[in-house]
Write a protein that binds this ligand. Structure first.
Ligand code: BGC
Length: 777
């Protein structure tokens, strides 16, 4: 096809032609991960292309180094230390020599090349015939996987067959700990400020086919073991040698190769850190994992991988009939979300997953508002883990609240790895207090969809109370605003407007936070009294605080311009001139890398959905007319310079019947990374957009909403499709929705009968039953 560099296939991402100019972005596209570790799609043999056209990268979720942030001018309460997810020892390396000629994609000739990422099986394959500069030919077939079942394990199966010669074939399997992070140039979205290697070698080991490196970080004092076990399978005679040099260990297999005789090297790789286990035994633990893996063999690990993914896809798949390119894009997103998500309650989802160094591996509100809702509908157990992460970092959020002069409550960081605020630019960082409300909102949605009382009692309640406390401390009842509860000097989601009074989104969401905390407290008091009393004691929570939450929620100031029928994004938004879009040439976008922030802040111009996001999240609080009016207005001034924007515009467009727009915005999201729409896929995937693309289908086209009132749908089918379907969890049930040109079918696959709402009509969906309804055009 002409539009994509990858062939259209519904389950595979296939590259049939390797080009240097596509290398860096393909490294992201072909990245593998299991939520714990991630490896970019780098070639085993390395890459010899021009500087800047590739990044070697292996990452471990939550494994970071911290460094003092250097400010030109410092002020009180600025975060002192940054955190950067480290590029760790490269375990992917397998070099191949034919006599003295080294295999390299850019030397000799590459024939019959094909690289395939199988989304169904979770495996990356590369096959090719290499003709060396002197004319010797080998067939190379490589399979790589990162195990979803054993988070510490990756494996590579490397086969090489001589096609036209007898002679020495050398395979070198290595671990290289001499690695460094990408240095950010002038773009805040690219990388870190670390220059050179920050991991120091503590120990290295080689013993026959096993080798290991033990490295540590200086500031965070983490230890990391990276180890490998190798197994060669050949009918030919061979010698095994090894070498150790600094932070690099190598095992060499020198095989007396024969024409048509296949040689297979299987490499098992393990990463394990002191964040998981005591640092004393890391290498031993890694070795145990590798010994077991070698005994199991590559095929059995692969089988387990397939079994894991079969289960994942069963509930996560979103099927679209009639457009293979879209289907591929959608499945690619679903797959990468799983590869990115930390499932241990100690880690979360970085904005770029584990595929690149953009945003330094930090977690943002992206999780609660974009990615978590996806998992909540398809794999709620994962969404609970994400919320547990917030619980596990609650103490740090309390500490941050004190630094920010709040005597009570918790303030979650805008960006972080281990829970401490890392944003060095407070106007678009710390000032985004809405993160607190976003987390509370996710808890509310989680509870509405799962009814998981244990979670609320153990974790959720405490987060809700501490975030509510923060709002009640931050806001004031302002006389000049009719004694309404106002929240001043904050930044909403739109980063092209900063430090404003009464950001409408923030106030609406804070109101939800306060209300829900109040309700949760009453509920717990009544139904889980013992736990409630313990919590009240622990937090020294007073009855009058609860009343204050309620009062603040009931009296929240929501900016609204009666004359225009519009919600201003904040108090002063409509006092500003509109950005001169007409005279801004396309090369000046994204604005953030071409204009000083102050210049941008002076105008009505939005980087991303802000008020429009509230129209979606708090859908039932606005009339369709209000939604239309506000959508029309904000659409005209939004640049979508953030990849978090288009999906929200698509969903709201669906809601208000702007079907064409809904589709166009959706099309900006579905293949964003596959087709590199933002030109920066090389820095890593856009995880929030990936989840956003799925929301366009589920919440947009199918119109799904879940709230305290229940579950409702407003499905329609985009003109170009024949059919679409997906399954969702809802309070212990699995409901499947299938929509084609004529009808919609709701089927209750698991669980007890349930009432659903279809375009305002209440329907009872009975056990193991279907309801089929005609839909209008
Ligand atoms: C967006 C933020 C987002 C961050 C990380 C920024 O460009 O404006 O809303 O949290 O990227 O994805």
């Amino acid at each position: 096809n002409s539009d994509s560099i990858y062939a259209y296939d519904e389950w595979d991402i296939v590259e049939e032609d390797f080009k240097v100019e596509n290398n860096a972005r393909s490294e992201t596209v072909f990245a593998l991960g299991n939520g714990y570790m991630g490896m970019r799609g780098n070639f085993e043999e390395g890459y010899s292309g021009p500087l800047g056209t590739g990044n070697e990268g292996t990452y471990i979720n939550g494994f970071y180094e911290s460094e003092a942030i250097s400010y030109g001018e410092i002020a009180y309460g600025y975060p002192e230390k940054g955190q950067t997810m480290l590029n760790v020892a490269n375990g992917k390396i397998i070099k191949l020599f034919i006599e003295d000629e080294e295999f390299d994609m850019l030397s000799g000739e590459v024939l019959d090349y094909k690289r395939t990422l199988s989304l169904k099986d979770g495996i990356l394959k590369r096959s090719l015939i290499w003709r060396s500069p002197s004319g010797k030919e080998v067939k190379i077939e490589i399979k790589r996987l990162i195990s979803f079942q054993n988070k510490h394990l990756a494996a590579i199966n490397y086969e090489v067959t001589s096609l036209n010669f007898h002679g020495r074939i050398k395979l070198i399997s290595a671990l290289d700990g001499n690695v460094s992070n990408v240095i950010s140039e002038n773009d805040p979205r690219v990388g870190s400020s670390f220059n050179g290697s920050v991991l120091s070698l503590k120990d290295s080991k080689i013993e026959k086919s096993f080798a290991a490196l033990l490295q540590t970080t200086k500031q965070t004092k983490f230890s990391l073991a990276c180890a490998m076990e190798n197994e060669i399978d050949t009918e030919n005679s061979y010698q095994l040698k090894n070498s150790k040099k600094g932070s690099r260990v190598e095992i060499h297999y020198l095989v007396d190769g024969e024409k048509d005789k296949k040689i297979t090297l299987t490499k098992y790789i393990s990463y394990i850190t002191s964040r998981d286990y005591a640092k004393e035994n890391l290498v031993k633990r890694a070795k145990d994992i590798l010994d077991k893996s070698r005994a199991d063999g590559f095929n059995s690990i692969y089988k387990a991988q397939k079994a894991f993914l079969l289960k994942y896809w069963k509930n996560a798949d979103v099927v679209i009939k009639g457009d293979p390119a879209l289907q591929q894009g959608i499945r690619f997103n679903i797959f990468h979300l799983l590869q990115s998500v930390g499932r241990d309650g100690k880690t979360n989802i970085a904005a770029k997953g584990l595929t690149g160094e953009g945003y330094e591996g930090h977690y943002f509100w992206d999780t609660e508002i974009y990615m978590l809702p996806f998992f909540l509908l398809h794999h709620p157990e994962i969404s609970r883990k994400l919320l547990e992460y917030r619980y596990n970092t609650l103490d740090k959020a309390r500490k941050r609240a004190r630094q920010m002069s709040h005597n009570k409550g918790a303030l979650y960081p805008w960006r972080t790895i281990d829970g401490e605020e890392c944003s060095a630019y407070y106007p678009a960082g710390t000032a985004q207090y809405h993160i607190n409300a976003d987390i509370a909102f996710a808890i509310k949605r989680y509870m509405e969809a799962t009814g998981d009382i244990e979670f609320l009692t153990l974790y959720g309640g405490e987060i809700l109370f501490e975030t509510a406390r923060l709002w009640s401390d931050l806001g004031e009842f302002i006389e000049g605003k009719g004694n309404k509860f106002c929240i001043n000097s904050v930044t909403g989601p739109d980063e092209y407007t900063a430090i404003v009074n009464n950001n409408c989104y923030t106030n609406l969401m804070a109101k939800e936070n306060l209300e829900y905390a109040y309700e949760a407290a009453l509920w717990m008091k009544k139904n889980k009294n013992e736990a409630y009393i313990d919590l009240v004691e622990k937090l020294d929570l007073k009855e009058k605080e609860l009343l204050l939450w309620k009062k603040a929620a009931d009296n929240m100031y929501i900016p609204y311009n009666q004359g225009l029928g519009l919600y201003p994004q904040d108090d002063s938004f409509f006092d500003k001139a509109i950005w001169d879009f007409e005279n801004t040439p396309s090369e000046k976008y994204p604005l953030l890398i071409h204009y000083h922030p102050l210049v941008i802040y002076r105008y009505q111009v939005c980087k991303q959905a802000d008020l429009v996001l509230a129209l979606f999240l708090l859908s039932d609080k606005f009339t369709i007319d209000e939604k239309k009016k506000n959508y029309d207005y904000y659409e005209g001034i939004t640049t979508h310079d953030s990849s978090l924007s288009s999906c929200i515009f698509s969903i709201v467009a669906s809601d208000i019947g702007y079907k064409q727009k809904a589709y166009e915005y959706f099309m900006n999201t579905a293949r964003m990374d596959l087709d590199d729409y933002h030109g920066n896929t090389k820095d890593g995937i856009h995880a929030a957009n990936m989840a956003g693309a799925l929301m366009c289908v589920v919440n947009g086209f199918a119109g799904l909403r879940i709230n305290e009132e229940g579950i409702s749908f407003k499905p329609y089918i985009p003109e170009k499709w024949q059919e679409y379907s997906f399954k969702i969890f809802y309070r212990g049930r699995v409901i499947e929705l299938r929509v084609d040109k004529k009808k919609v079918i709701y089927e209750l696959l698991e669980g007890k009968e349930v009432e659903i709402n279809h375009f305002g009509q209440k329907l009872l969906l009975k056990e193991k039953n279907k309801i089929s309804l005609e839909i209008g055009a």
